[in-house]
Ligand binder design. Structure first.
Ligand code: SAH
Length: 399
């Protein structure tokens, strides 16, 4: 018998709107034996069936919904259907088999957005980098991997379940090859004609910031003839794109020496080994202040900082970080120049972010206009019933 979870009176509204989470404090009682990641049925206080989901014994999110269809059983065919549905929604290139990969890259599965909470799968050439981040995802690991192999023959799976969120689920980090095959040190991908090396073992997240694909394309369009400053450069994604778009010069700042070394390799990979590029290893706040003091200026500045707010409580502190870095960014722009500025903190809402950027422009003494609002790439879709999936936002501002 599937365990049955009854909600407190009045706590069924969000499930009725197909929001896939049940918080522990919404639960009145549990009948039956719940196992970690096991399937449970959820009913409202009157006993009306609401959803079938995965039980998380430790997280504040006690249940993540698999399905809102009472007829649907959560078994391997269900998982395979969800994988197929996700692939059908994406660029057909992402569904190519392993033998005809040619550097294809993108997000194949995006957790709740694809009806598989806790499961993230990113494709790099023929490599599928998998994260299982919740108890339910963990319990379905083998079925997800089998479904991926069936849908994408010739691809190999590598696990990067080393994200911090696993701790909230009481799960230890795990990474390594899933089917015994070791990936090469660098997997080469092709993003709109730009080539990048990806370190599946050590790279951030699953190896690369695939969510910025479209925005790197926009930076490329705006870079023609521009003197570009790429702040928080990581492995030089925006830098390569800017040079591909005809930038006349490039300065890249990052606090990580290995990231800058990889950025240098990526420039060479694209034939920009001799371009006018300056790498600066250091704290972006300090480097930008020194640029301000020495009156250096640029035509195009990209600010793509790491997540400053990890939780709701940190939003205020994060706001100061975003304000400071954007203020410095505005100060370093030549007249007519552009700032491409991002926040990847889900807790920082687009209106709040816009306000912070507006305050930064004001304090920098610059008149600025929003030319474009930026978003995460379409292979990171946001279900209308689950707005929390939208985390990346950005603005192109012109002074
Ligand atoms: N724009 C990149 C992703 C940036 S990730 C891309 O498109 O691929 C954020 C980067 O900021 C990381 O590489 C990290 O090393 C760097 N970083 C974090 N804190 C920093 C700081 N205070 N100063 C400079 N770089 C920092």
């Amino acid at each position: 018998m599937t365990p049955r979870v009854t909600l407190k009176p009045g706590r069924q509204g969000s499930l009725r709107r197909r929001h896939p989470w049940v918080f522990r404090n919404a639960i009145e009682r549990v009948e039956g034996e719940c196992s970690p990641g096991g399937t449970v049925d959820v009913v409202d206080h009157e006993g009306t069936w609401l959803t079938r989901g995965a039980w998380s014994p430790e997280s504040q999110i006690a249940i993540r919904a698999w399905t809102f269809d009472s007829q649907q059983m959560v078994e391997s065919t269900f998982i395979a259907e969800r994988v197929a549905r996700a692939l059908a929604r994406r660029d057909p290139a992402l569904a190519r088999d392993g033998a005809s990969s040619a550097g294809v890259c993108g997000r194949v599965l995006f957790s709740e957005s694809d009806g598989l909470p806790g499961v993230i799968v990113d494709r790099y050439d023929r490599w599928l980098v998998c994260q299982f981040l919740s108890s339910g995802a963990e319990a379905r690991r083998d079925e997800v991997v089998a479904a991926l192999h069936a849908a994408l023959p010739g691809c190999a799976c590598y696990e990067r379940s080393d994200a911090d969120v696993r701790r909230k689920e009481g799960l230890d980090p795990r990474s390594g090859p899933i089917d015994g095959e070791e990936p090469p040190e660098q997997v080469e991908i092709d993003e709109e004609g730009c080539r990048y090396g990806v370190d599946l073992r050590q790279g951030h997240k699953t190896g690369f910031y695939l969510d910025q694909r479209v925005n790197r394309g926009i930076a490329r369009e705006l870079a023609r003839g521009a003197d570009v400053l790429n702040v928080f450069a990581y492995t030089g994604g925006f830098g390569v794109a800017a040079l591909a778009g005809g930038a006349s010069g490039l300065v890249q700042i990052d606090s990580s020496a290995p990231a800058l070394a990889a950025a240098g390799e990526n420039l060479r990979r694209n034939g920009f080994g001799d371009a006018a590029v300056e790498d600066i290893e250091g704290d972006a706040f300090k480097v930008l202040r020194s640029f301000r003091d020495s009156r250096r200026d640029f035509d195009l500045i990209v600010l793509d900082p790491p997540k400053f707010a990890e939780s709701k409580m940190q939003v205020e502190k994060a706001a100061r970080g975003y304000k400071d870095i954007n203020l410095l960014g505005f100060k370093l722009l030549r007249p007519g120049g552009r700032l491409i500025t991002f926040s990847c903190s889900g807790h920082m809402t687009p209106p709040l972010f816009q306000k912070i950027v507006a305050d930064a422009a004001l304090d920098a003494g610059r008149d600025a206009w929003i030319e474009r609002r930026l978003d995460q790439a379409p292979d990171h879709p946001v279900a209308l019933s689950f707005p929390e999936a939208g985390y990346l936002k950005g603005l192109v501002c012109r002074v």
